[in-house]
Design a protein around this ligand. Structure first.
Ligand SMILES: C[S@@+](CC[C@H](N)C(=O)[O-])C[C@H]1O[C@@H](n2cnc3c(N)ncnc32)[C@H](O)[C@@H]1O
Length: 251
């Protein structure tokens, strides 16, 4: 079935489509330095692969921003716009349905750049760090959330993910790469097992509930098969193999 449709259905109940816990997300938002920026100017913030604009909404609730969210998924963006309106921060957020590689930002034009669980949108971890760095003004903040290997991935696990071992490094490798690109590390966090389990369980339950409620949907059987395969792989290998890091840098 269409991967975007599956992702949309499985993430229906998620606010953020990533395995970070709320305390970590809050800590990262607090460290972006928005409050210290010129009160007479809205900080310019970009979130690449913004999903339902969960990060931009959190930041706009802290203070008015000039936020831009880019995503390919129109359903996620529509939900993000609805949520922003409900939280009365719609005037802080512009959502663009487009491929991130086509976004043409002026160099050094943003105060904050974000990519969480969406490094593939700009071609991987290194191109994401390079591109977002180039969009940031000197002193601007870069927040990147990405998968990493806790240990060597089993070939069977890679087959289920449809990934290659070279897709991720260790968390420390990602931090070292950022340092080589001239980014100054401020803080980094890792998703813990409980937060991953919460994310995966909600993902599976939501997809299965859709299939149960829509038995005549042409994708119903494929959804169940996919969730069962994914859940089995998570239990067998995923918990011990795949980590998720959130790194904050200054340019
Ligand atoms: C795992 S989700 C993370 C969403 C959001 N950052 C969050 O943490 O809630 C990845 C997002 O990247 C988007 N995406 C994937 N490829 C993209 C591309 N080439 N351009 C823009 N967005 C893309 C997907 O549509 C999806 O919403």
């Amino acid at each position: 079935m269409d991967a975007m449709r599956f992702s949309t259905l499985a993430h229906r109940a998620h606010d953020l489509c990533n395995p970070l816990d709320e305390a970590t997300v809050d800590a990262a938002c607090a460290r972006l330095g928005l409050e210290a920026m010129d009160p007479g100017r809205r900080p310019r913030v970009i979130d690449v692969g913004c999903g339902k604009a969960g990060m931009l909404i959190r930041l706009a609730l802290r203070r008015p921003i000039a936020g831009i969210g880019i995503d390919l998924n129109p359903a996620h963006l529509a939900e993000g716009a609805e949520r922003a309106a409900r939280r009365r921060v719609a005037d802080s957020i512009t959502l663009l349905e487009m491929d991130a590689t086509r976004f043409d930002a002026a160099p050094e034009s943003f105060d904050v750049a974000i990519s969480i669980g969406a490094a593939h949108a700009l071609g991987g971890c290194e191109p994401t760090l390079r591109t977002l760095r180039s969009w940031l003004r000197p002193g601007g903040r870069l927040l990147v959330g990405h998968g990493y290997w806790r240990r060597e991935p089993a070939p069977e696990y890679l087959a289920v993910l449809g990934a290659s071992a070279s897709e991720h490094g260790r968390h420390a490798d990602n931090l070292a790469l950022a340092a080589r690109l001239g980014l100054e590390p401020i803080a980094d966090w890792e998703s813990d097992r409980e937060a991953w389990d919460r994310y995966e369980n909600l993902y599976a339950e939501t997809a299965l509930a859709f299939a149960a409620d829509h038995p005549d949907d042409p994708d119903a059987a494929a959804i169940v098969a996919r969730v069962e395969r994914w859940r089995d792989a998570y239990r067998r290998w995923g918990r011990d193999t795949l980590g998720f890091g959130l790194d904050l840098f200054a340019r």
